[in-house]
Design a protein around this ligand. Structure first.
Ligand SMILES: [Zn+2]
Length: 113
């Protein structure tokens, strides 16, 4: 497994199926086909599953001040084309900063309404 350090955190890539070593993946192949058929723009990729999580408890995070950090993870899963093993070709970890929630927009009342 290859690890890259970036400003956003760590990226762990798994290029081959851990079970059979194949580099072909079902959803990666289908994404390429969608582009070839004009059903998606160039560079489009659809994972089998995409998991995004903030790691921590809601109670502790509620007590953190604005600007405090929390660990986050994104997991991209696909299926091996040859043996159907589900694995994660890409796992990204990093931190996110606590920011104030956006206030809902108030409806504008215009004269005459
Ligand atoms: Zn496989």
């Amino acid at each position: 497994m290859k690890r890259e350090r970036s400003d956003q955190g760590n990226k762990a890539k798994q290029d081959k199926c851990p079970n059979c070593g194949s580099k072909k993946r079902v959803f990666e192949r289908l994404s390429e086909q969608a582009v070839e058929l004009g059903a998606a723009p160039e560079g489009f990729t659809a994972p089998y599953r995409l998991g995004q999580r903030v790691v921590g408890t809601p109670e502790a995070q509620a007590q953190q001040p604005m600007g405090a950090k929390v660990p986050v993870v994104n997991v991209v899963e696909d299926i091996c084309y040859d043996c159907h093993t589900v694995y994660a070709p890409l796992v990204m970890t990093g931190t996110a900063e606590k920011a104030p929630a956006e206030a809902p927009l108030k409806k504008l009342h215009l004269p005459g309404q």
